[in-house]
Design a protein around this ligand. Structure first.
Ligand SMILES: Nc1ncnc2c1ncn2[C@@H]1O[C@H](COP(=O)(O)OP(=O)(O)OP(=O)(O)O)[C@@H](O)[C@H]1O
Ligand SMILES: [Mg+2]
Length: 857
């Protein structure tokens, strides 16, 4: 057996090998040492021939999923080696082989987050672009895109958040991706380099989808095909089994969506908070009123990828508006959705063979809401609702089949009977009748034998070793009749059998065993039948998820009092009485504020003391735009949003310690990224740009950035700053408007009004805030003295021509001068030694040069 083990282990060097031995999976050698430590289980050892004793540990097979989850979440791969034949019938060593390799991106039985996809993402480079293919094995979702630059690839990977990255075995990409993988806590895995090439990749795809060409899928470039082929090849190789639920590829481009880079998604706390990474406290936390996991995943996806087409947004808004207004409809839809299970993952389980009878019942219950939903939606005047209704198919044949076949509350196990309803199969019913009759006969036997023998205490019982028996206590043994055969002696009684009892017993046990087998077979036929509806079930799942997202947007609009924004194709941005969707839910008395950006006023420069609400105001504008473009209503009294193509933010000073960059370095990198990628349609949020460095440097950089945006990019921009000197830019930059957040000062105390209005402030009130925060009095007093000194020193306005005043060598920023050929006269002039010239010679020389120039030398 150890020989067999070693042979198999040799083929799976990069994985821990779970070797099935009876009811356990055993690990040996180094694998055992790792597993024992990671799983906190006992390490033992075993004799292994020449090698002497080797370490060993094991886990029970029925609890294997929990252990697997632990290992894959730590990034391990586990090869599952099963017994391929019944050990009782095997001659010699039982045949074994690996049936599956469990990896972080493919383990779908583990503790999956319901409202979040778990992707395995393959990356391929072709020329200067990157193909990215993501597969969620739990649902069969398969997404492919192509990105033109590494920075975009990085952003996209952060959005997808895959659990596992797949690259070609000798691809240089691995080195580039590994810092990203470690931030994502994703494992990097490999496919054979040969499978990563164009021909092999398209072959893999053509074979899986059984099609002649890939272009209808939108797989039309080398990068996309290679990535998609690799992802599929990897899953085929590790899962060995059928991947019937991967029915199609969905290709997309970034331009189809409002682009929000990874930093901005994080800074704006779209799906999780910066502080603790949790959903509560993020925009998603406020917005998510979905009733199904599928709807939850779709909502998250859309929040990170809002739309950019006016009509598409308007269609969603129409549907949300209808669901806001028709409260009865919304409530009924919600109640119906409550009965819908995670159809996508359920089908995933049924496909990979781990689905049970409860999954079939859940499928049935989910489909049973469809007829009523269709009644509600099919005739609806709002197009998106009626078209969603039209996509729903009640699949009555299938629900009829499941309902007729599967028990209402079946057990988890599919191997212990209790699955199939009476009346579904006559063969099964006959067996059950036979078993029941036998059991009744035995039940009656006790009374019958008591009467026949006159032994009042006679008992009929059952145990696993001897089967059914008749028990007679010692005092009554003389009454035992002839036909009883002694089977077992206890201290106070004897147990007997009769030929007839044994006959019935064989009948009952045989029937029961066959019932269990037959039930399993029948379950499998029904399951396979259900799998035949895969495509329609997935279509239903898609429509239900979409409906769930729409009702969730409507629910949020109603609960939080949102309005429908008007979407335009110009570049205006007008919000009246806008609110921060998250902060308004966390505190009372939130003060709404207006925003107005027009063609004439593109940049808002916002000043105001600490704690006034600058950051809140800036973020709220970005969040309102994102909500509007995903089709949601927005927290405002009214809003007109000219479509935005990309959002850039530079917020706060969160150190990026994990990548070893300083605050200021991160700040500059993000600013550079923004300046290079923003367009006149973009929205730029700069919260105290320049605060990560010394005042003069910071202020100078901030001013240069604003000027560049103003003159060259033309993007709508909100800029908050503590550099009050910058407000004088209003005079030189016509499209910049200064705003301030109001405060009231009364007897030395500051009151924050959180009101944004035209104009600027010239005080920071930093010391006042410090006092509110409880900094000790002596420190405060000293700070005030220093402040007065500094303010007196400043006197005249700060000179902003800083590059010169700081003696920064500005020439290094210039383009290198183009070398010109020296004029011959200059050379001559240089060679003259003035000390040896008489005044007359000098005059003559001058006359000669003048002559030369005139002659055009
Ligand atoms: N419009 C508002 N209505 C009510 N409270 C608000 C409003 N805006 C902000 N606040 C409150 O003020 C606090 C501080 O806001 P914020 O962080 O935006 O200030 P800031 O001006 O950016 O301060 P700093 O200059 O220190 O960064 C918020 O946490 C919130 O509690
Ligand atoms: Mg702030």
């Amino acid at each position: 057996m150890m020989k067999q083990y070693n042979e198999i282990k040799k083929r799976y060097q990069d994985a821990l090998l779970f070797f099935r031995l009876g009811d356990f999976y055993e690990m040996f050698g180094e694998d055992a040492q790792i597993a024992a430590k990671e799983l906190e289980i006992a390490l033992t050892s075993r004799e292994a021939g020449k090698a002497g004793r080797i370490p060993m540990c094991g886990v029970p097979h029925h609890a294997v999923n929990g252990y697997l989850e632990k290992l894959v979440s730590k990034g391990y791969r586990v090869a599952i080696c099963e017994q391929l034949e019944d050990p009782r019938q095997a001659k010699g060593v039982v045949k074994r082989d690996v049936v599956r390799v469990v990896t972080p991106g493919t383990f779908i039985e583990g503790a999956l987050e319901d409202k979040r996809s778990r992707y395995l993402t393959a990356v391929a480079a072709a020329g200067s672009s990157f193909g990215v293919a993501s597969l969620d094995l739990s649902t069969g979702q398969f997404l492919v895109t192509e990105l033109g630059a590494f920075a975009l690839l990085e952003d996209e990977l952060f959005r997808l958040g895959p659990a596992e990255l797949v690259v070609g075995s000798s691809s240089p990409l691995e080195g580039q991706l590994s810092p990203i993988a470690s931030q994502l806590e994703a494992t990097i895995s490999h496919v054979d380099q040969r499978l990563a090439h164009m021909d092999a990749a398209s072959e893999t795809l053509l074979r899986h989808f059984q099609v002649a060409t890939l272009s209808p899928f939108g797989l039309d470039t080398e990068a996309k095909i290679c990535a998609a082929g690799m992802a599929l090849a990897y899953v085929q190789d590790t899962q060995k089994g059928i991947l019937e639920h991967i029915l199609r590829v969905h290709t997309y481009t970034l331009e189809q969506f409002l682009q929000i880079d990874a930093h901005s998604r994080l800074n704006l706390e779209l799906t999780r908070t910066i502080r603790d990474g949790r959903k509560a406290g993020s925009l998603l936390g406020v917005l998510d009123h979905t009733r199904t996991s599928m709807g939850g995943r779709l909502l998250r996806w859309n929040l990170e990828q809002p739309l950019v087409h006016k009509e598409e947004i308007a269609r969603r808004q129409d549907a949300v508006a209808a669901l806001v207004e028709e409260a009865g409809l919304r409530l009924e839809i919600q109640e119906l959705l409550d009965q819908v299970y995670d159809l996508e993952r359920l089908m995933g389980r049924l496909t990979v063979g781990t689905g049970n009878a409860r999954d079939l019942r859940a499928l049935c219950a989910s489909l049973e809401v469809i007829p009523r939903l269709k009644e509600l939606l099919d005739e609806h005047t709002v197009e998106l609702l009626s078209s969603t209704g039209a996509q729903l198919d009640p699949l009555t044949e299938l629900t009829g089949l499941i309902d007729g076949a599967i028990m209402d509350n079946p057990p988890i196990s599919v191997r212990e009977g209790g699955l199939i309803k009476q009346g579904f199969s006559t063969d099964l019913d006959e067996l059950r009748t036979a078993s029941r009759k036998g059991k009744t006969w035995i039940k009656n036997l006790e009374a019958h034998e008591r009467q026949r023998t006159g032994i009042k205490s006679l008992k009929v019982g059952f145990n696993k070793v001897f089967g059914y028996y008749i028990e007679v206590t010692n005092p009554n043994l003389d009454l035992v009749p002839e036909d009883y055969q002694r089977k077992q002696t206890l201290s106070n009684a004897e147990r007997f059998i009769t030929p007839e009892l044994k006959e019935k017993e064989a009948l009952i046990l045989g029937a029961d065993e066959r019932i269990v087998d037959m039930e399993y077979e029948l379950f499998c036929t029904v399951r396979d039948e259900a799998k035949g509806y895969m495509e329609k079930i997935q279509a239903n799942a898609g429509a239900l998820a979409f409906l769930d997202m729409l009702q969730s947007l409507a629910e949020a609009a109603v609960r939080h009092n949102y309005v429908r924004p008007e979407i335009t194709t110009d570049t205006a941005l007008k919000i009246t009485q806008g609110r921060h969707p998250v902060i308004e839910t966390l505190q009372s008395g939130f003060v709404p504020n207006d925003v107005s950006l027009t063609e004439e006023e593109r940049i808002i420069l916002l000043t105001g003391p600490n704690m006034a609400g600058k950051s809140t105001y800036l973020r709220q504008v970005a969040l309102i735009v994102i909500l509007a473009q995903m089709g949601s209503f927005v927290p405002a009294a009214s809003a007109t949003i000219g479509l935005v193509d990309k959002i850039f933010t530079r917020i706060g000073a969160a150190d990026d310690l994990s990548t070893g960059q300083s605050t200021f370095m991160v700040e500059c990198a993000e600013t550079a990224h923004m300046l290079l990628n923003a367009t006149s349609r973009s929205l730029i949020i700069l919260d105290e740009l320049g605060r990560g460095t010394s005042t003069f440097d910071g202020m100078a950089i901030a001013q240069a950035v604003i000027e560049h945006i103003h003159d060259k990019i033309g993007a709508r921009t909100l800029f908050s700053t503590h550099f009050h000197e910058l407000t004088k830019l209003e005079a030189t930059l016509p499209k910049l408007a200064a705003y301030r957040v109001e405060v009231q000062e009364k007897q030395g105390a500051v009151y924050f009004l959180h009101q944004v209005s035209r104009g600027s402030t010239d005080k920071s009130y930093g010391v006042n805030v410090a006092r509110m925060a409880g900094i000790p009095k002596p420190v405060l007093r000293r700070a005030l003295t220093l402040l007065q000194e500094l303010e007196a020193d400043r006197g005249k306005p700060v000179q902003l021509d800083l590059f010169a005043s700081l003696q920064y060598d500005a020439s290094s920023l210039d383009e290198p001068p183009i070398e010109e050929e020296e004029h011959p006269l200059v050379a001559e002039l240089k060679s003259v030694d003035i000390n040896r010239l008489t005044p007359l010679e000098a005059l003559q020389l001058l006359a000669k040069w003048q002559q030369d120039i005139k002659e055009g030398q």
